[in-house]
Ligand binder design. Sequence first.
Ligand code: SF4
Length: 404
Amino acid sequence: MTRCPTHGTLPSHLYVHVPFCVRKCRYCAFYSVEHPGDALLERYLSCLATELRLVMGPQPPVHTLYLGGGTPSILGPDRIARLLHSARSVVSLAPDCEVTLEVNPETIDRAGLAACRDAGVNRVSIGVQSFHDAQLQWLGRIHDAERAIETVEDALAAGMRVSIDLIYGLPGQSGDEWAQDLERAAALGVGHISAYELSYEPGTPLHAERPLPGLPQQAERAKHESEREELFFVTHKRLGELGFVGYEVSSFARNVEQRSRHNLATWAHEPYIGVGPGAHSYLGSGPGKDAASRRPQRRWNLPDVESWLSALDAGGIPPFGHEPLTPGQVLLERVMLGLRCLEGIDLEACERECGAAATRGLRRRASRLADRGQILLEDSRIVPTLEGMALADRLALELSADED
Ligand code: SF4
């Protein structure tokens, strides 16, 4: 990891947030603006170039660049090429830099994908969500299954690494329908699948319409938990049979090369810089004068396109929030992220960041979970078993508790 005297640890991962969508999906709680016109997209691109110049200091090449959203493919291939040019003008990309573009099938065609590849995109993450039209309509997606399949085939034909997102746990969705989605994805030849459980996020149309619990709340929660766990195991089992390894709770790859290096870095608690309205960054510990300013911190641009544009038009840093993390918070984050991943928790990194005493306590509590078969306790790592991964959030609280 490279360090510099003024910025602390320099991130080798860059995230660009593109907060625009054609239309909001009914389940989505992410910040994004619908129906952006050309004028707004042009202004966004110009301000993004300014933000990149302001926040990226002299630093070594970045190893991953992720264009996420929102719907980055809404920019179109020409603006995506210009965005990548802006990034390259302030930071060099490592020769094998993973450049990912999130894609909504309705917003790009075969020629557009080829143009993005020529501009430097080498991985696409396509929001397919389902291969069943009735489910896509219910979710409020703007594409149908046929269009999604065409986009996957076009991206593979362009020679890019292809990941697709799928959602399970829809009301009335049968186990067979879910299995068909997984089999269809595998048959198309994608190298990576992200399989997410539908969640009813407050503030979304789906949340307002969700069926009211028919059982007393506690019983309802327990029933939901056991259904969720069952779907988790079904998904890991079926994708395993289809040749994928679940290297994170929701992420499956045919081989190591197909894994998302950008996501792996963020789960391993490596620093990254995010630009764009609403983008988050994780900054490693710095060289500040006092303990608080030396702490690692999370920092985020406020999710508001207008204030972001106004600040950058005037040549200033856009409004942001930040939170220095205590060693206890860093430990909890490391444990929560590590228990979701096949790589597990790196105990040497925990000791460096959170101290020897906290790491000794973690090891002690971990031996209880090892006795229950939920983790494997190795010399320098705590590795979750599949049972442990299924209970990652609950076990993380148990492992991070101050008291035994
Ligand atoms: S396309 Fe993606 S970011 Fe946009 S509303 Fe739908 S789920 Fe949310």
